[in-house]
Write a protein that binds this ligand. Structure first.
Ligand code: ADP
Ligand code: ZN
Length: 740
């Protein structure tokens, strides 16, 4: 490794004085590539991954496309320090990075950084030392030695030292002794693959009924080659996964790589197993819980083309595949595809862009497709295939609303008697119940009954949430926490603090009171033990080792619990009133997904939704099972209000250490907005989350007609706006999902 001199002959043609200059994208928030000199005899090309000096530091960057500035004197430029021994990023990948940077108005170096995330992965994997059996007999044949020779003689392939010792059941020193006598020769083997190669024909396809037509249509688009977008719109349990497995098989037969994006990959080990059953090997995994060493291996395997299929979270979209031929976006409507940090992007939308640039098909999959994708389907831009019924005998759960005004819980409780009775009957049948509440902790607000003091985060405008298991009150915005106080800090009174409203821990307490003998599990992302514990608990639930599961949205996603026949939604109205234009859509999707956990294996199942607004269109849509009518209305309303996808939105959050600085800067930006018909700016207004981590926040919302050039507008606004000074920061979010 190090400076690559393999292209020495090429560089001989250049006179030594003609040192070249190349643009290099560095992982910094700067708008352009920096220029570097290429030392004599070093070969680089656009896409080469290099190390360059920036100030006192050495950073990893990528040689980029584009003309060099003739006026630059290469002798005055600092040279590239190192060229890494890995294939350069392809033109396709570079175009994708440029596209994302310009669409999201992000520094291109920060986007490129997502593609070359794991620096150590740039070193080739070391060769593994192995032993080859040369034949012959040792001077003294002990039983241990005889066993080693027996095993080694069975197969031609070389062994690793420890592998051979282990197989023969002897210590490594026995093997070493034989090597010393010349019975074995040391050889170097290529490192073992990260994951075995999936075999498209390992098992035969499992598709029946409506799945057949769906897979025929999707395979057609794959065989036709080129870019196309398909949308599989099928109810939970209809066999969408089986259908897209066929698309994967076909792509593998063509020798190309596949990317499967999943919203919560770290927790879906059952998906990996299912993939293995179909293809004989697991896909490579990519998510933030992957061990660093594994991350490096997967990255390298993807770049070299050795890893054929990756199942990953949204960041997997930036993996530089050698020859990507298909992207699947499962649960395409899921908000987890939106990244709201550094580079703000929606992986679902950018996946479509990547497929278009790479000229290959993409398949979006959902039981409750986003309004955006539905509209694209209706407009003929996407090819939609429908799977309207569950596979086999499984029926969708019977869904009913519980009107909480008519069936109120007992004092201090949150579960109506109707829901409690249903849980009791489910336990009697030895089946499982799931109670869903999208709120971590014990209670979302604590107050003092004597003086009315409310516990608020010292650095954010949010209440502190009580976590009783941990004896803490916590801020869910910034992570601030303190021990649950015994006395009110305002009036000093002891034992008069009251918890207001429920979180999952409080629901668990209520459940345990009513069903003391039932086995209950609380599933929430903040509990001790992290992903490992959650995986174990999900497995335990799937095996029937719990009677009642109380969980946040963590349990809503993709799991298959064969015994789960009752789903109770504790607060169906929770997501409806937060000023988000997608609130109704999101609530519909989340509730459909959660109730869809019930009855996947054919047992009769029920969903009960506690609500104070039984007449609300979302509630009516869910119990009537008429998703079509709901979406039709939702689409019509969006069209009328020119909201996405009929119009475009961008949000700017201006934050600063003082409220005045944030507000002044936001007003300055607003004043700098160009006058363009079809685009208007709303605000600035104090953001609903006015304070986060001690920073004051103001929000501007830019609204444009569908065909307006939002990016040009925003660029002009930022360029003409006030200079960014002091603590002022601007977060720019194109197609925002969050309105806080
Ligand atoms: P979805 O992805 O739409 O939720 P799945 O693909 O997970 O649905 O299918 C639901 C269940 O039905 C799974 O347990 C799956 O193994 C089973 N299944 C679906 N299609 C078939 C088929 N053609 N043959 C056998 N089992 C199937
Ligand atoms: Zn906070």
């Amino acid at each position: 490794m190090g400076i690559d001199s393999s292209d020495l002959f090429g560089s001989l043609f250049e006179a030594p004085s003609l040192v070249r200059v190349v643009p290099v994208l560095v992982p910094l928030p700067v708008p352009v590539a920096y220029s570097y000199a290429v030392p004599d005899g070093v070969h680089v090309e656009p896409g080469s991954v290099v190390q360059v000096p920036v100030g006192p530091r050495q950073l990893i960057g990528v040689v980029w496309d584009g003309e060099n500035d003739d006026k630059l004197d290469p002798k005055k430029l600092r040279p590239i320090t190192l060229v890494f021994d890995c294939p350069p990023l392809s033109k396709e990948m570079r175009d994708f990075v440029d596209w994302v940077a310009s669409y999201t108005l992000s520094p291109p170096g920060l986007v490129a950084r997502m593609a070359i995330r794991a620096p150590a992965a740039l070193d080739p994997e070391p060769m593994v030392e192995g032993l080859r059996y040369l034949g012959g007999q040792p001077e003294r044949l002990t039983p241990a030695r005889a066993r080693v020779l027996d095993i080694a003689g069975e197969e031609e392939i070389p062994w690793t030292r420890s592998g051979l010792a282990h197989a023969a059941g002897v210590s490594v020193s026995v093997v070493d002794g034989l090597t010393a006598q010349g019975i074995f020769e040391t050889v170097f083997l290529p490192p073992p693959p990260v994951v075995a190669r999936p075999d498209p024909d390992y098992t035969s396809p499992r598709i029946e009924g409506p799945q057949k037509q769906a897979s025929v249509e999707i395979l057609e688009s794959i065989r036709a080659g080129g870019f196309s977008t398909s949308l599989i719109d099928g109810v939970t349990g209809s066999g969408k996964t089986e259908v897209y497995f066929e698309a994967i098989a076909e792509t593998l037969r063509r020798g190309k790589q596949v990317l499967i994006l999943l919203p919560e990959i770290a927790l879906t080990s059952s998906f990996l197993e299912r993939f293995q059953e179909r293809f004989g090997a697991k896909p490579g995994e990519w998510h933030s819980d992957l061990a660093p060493r594994m991350r490096e291996k997967v990255w390298r395997g993807v770049v070299t083309g050795e890893v054929k299929v990756v199942a990953g979270a949204r960041s997997a979209l930036f993996l530089p595949f050698e020859d990507l031929g298909l992207i699947i976006v499962d649960e395409e409507h899921d908000p987890a595809y939106k990244q709201e940090d550094r580079v703000f992007y929606n992986a679902r939308d950018m996946a479509v862009v990547r497929a278009r640039i790479g000229d290959f098909p993409i398949v979006l999959v959902s039981a409750t497709p986003s309004v955006e994708s539905q509209v694209n389907g209706l407009a003929g831009r996407y090819n939609t295939v429908h799977l309207p019924t569950r596979f086999g005998d499984a029926a969708l759960p019977d869904l009913h609303l519980i009107d909480m005004r008519r069936h109120p819980p007992e004092r201090g409780g949150f579960l109506s008697p109707v829901l409690l009775r249903a849980i009791g009957r489910t336990i009697e049948r030895r089946e499982q119940s799931l109670l869903f509440l999208n709120r971590r902790g014990y209670a979302p607000l604590t107050l003092c009954r004597v003086c009315g003091h409310r516990f608020q985060c010292p650095q954010c405008s949010s209440w502190l949430v009580e976590h009783r298991f941990k004896s803490q009150i916590q801020c869910h915005q910034c992570g601030y926490s303190e021990r649950t106080p015994e006395a009110c800090p305002e009036c000093g009174t002891f034992d008069h603090l009251v918890a207001c409203g429920p979180g999952v821990e409080r629901i668990a307490e209520e459940v345990e009171k009513h069903f003391p003998d039932a086995r209950t599990i609380v599933m929430s992302s903040d509990l001790l033990g992290g992903v490992k514990r959650m995986r174990l608990e999900l497995e335990a639930i799937a095996k029937g080792e719990a009677d009642i599961v109380i969980g946040t949205q963590l349990v809503a996603k993709g799991h298959n619990f064969p015994l789960m026949t009752l789903v109770g939604i504790v607060d169906s109205d929770l997501g409806l009133s937060n000023g988000d234009p997608r609130a109704a859509e999101r609530t519909f999707q989340l509730l459909s997904q959660v109730t869809g956990r019930a009855g996947r294996t054919g047992l009769k199942s029920h969903g009960l939704l506690q609500t104070f607004q039984p007449q609300h269109p979302v509630m009516q849509a869910i119990v009537s099972g008429d998703a079509g009518a709901f979406y039709e209305r939702e689409i019509a309303e969006r069209e009328k209000a020119i909201l996405p996808p009929f119009g475009r939105l961008a949000s700017l959050i201006v934050s600063a250490d003082t409220r005045a600085d944030a507000e002044t800067h936001a007003r300055g930006l607003r004043a700098a907005a160009p006058k363009v018909t079809g685009i208007s700016v709303l605000g600035p207004a104090e953001a609903p989350l006015a304070l986060v981590r001690g920073r004051h926040r103001f929000r501007l919302l830019v609204h444009g007609r569908r065909n307006s050039d939002m990016q040009a507008f925003l660029r002009a606004m930022l360029e003409n706006g006030p200079k960014q000074r002091g603590s002022v920061q601007i977060q720019l979010d194109i197609d925002p999902q969050s309105f806080l």
